[in-house]
Design a protein around this ligand. Sequence first.
Ligand SMILES: [Zn+2]
Length: 344
Amino acid sequence: MMNLATQLDELRSRFESALTEAGDERALEAVRVAYLGRSGEVTTVRRSIGALPPPERPAAGKTINDAVEAMEARLLAAAASLEHRAFEAELAQRIDVTFPSIPAPVGSIHPIRRIIEDVAGYFGRRGFAVVSGPEVEPDYYNFDALNIPSDHPAREGFDSFWLTDTLLLRPHTSPMQIRTMQEHRPPVAILAPGKCYRRDAVDARHLFQFHQVEGLLVAEDIHFGHLKGMLAGMCRELFGPEQQVRFRPSFFPFTEPSAEVDTTCPKCKGRSAECNMCGGSGWIELGGCGMVHPNVLREVGYDPEIYSGWAFGFGAERIALTRYEIDDVRRLVDSDPDFLEQLQ
Ligand SMILES: [Zn+2]
């Protein structure tokens, strides 16, 4: 019995030194296997019980079990202490906060969105409210209320996507003019940007889904001069301080008189006969505009004898083509980041 205790003491002393030397989890596991494993040292000691007289065996077994329990507790404590030391080491590590970081790839606003925000910003600072509305609209808002009755040939020109006999994807943002005027008494000053849809074959100048920015101002004594001043200011903000605007007579059912709006070619400033952006004309077409037709004012309950107003509608894609000097509108929707990030 004495012999066994000495033997265990000696074993535990070696076990303790092995624990102290074990520097990591793997070394600790090796110690466990060597002493407490199936073929470990403790098993060898346990086998020696068989050589003892039977009455001494239970006490010997208990002594060994107590020793094993104590060793297992020591093993757990050693593992916990190892973990703690590793954590402390991690905390003690120093990092060089002055080292330049690797920049994360960051997205940016799409050029079309930027154009819309710039135009909205310009008009917003001048008291215009930015409004948005449904992209699916009844023909009433798209046509009838805008002085385009069902037998009017202008309806054909829109090449719309009809969803039912009376419901369509809006081919312009003008329904928002009607919706706003029906809800508010004049004065009304809005900018209506948004997606529009027409059954155009996709090519370098056309998409079947595009964006319009449309403006409307209705109050007393509003005239074409106000429109020209506002659009000239907008073009100078979008393209540069030397921009001019000019009007060419045109026809739209919802305005009278109507005009096409051009602005100075920002690329050649009207000074190059070979300019590939304006074809040497010196002007870039922005879109249509005019004085709101009296029939449209009547339709929303405004008295055209008292109120007058103007409206314009430009394609955001067309402005983007001009501003960024792009030759193919499809590039704006290709989602090629390498291309788009050059347009900031
Ligand atoms: Zn030009």
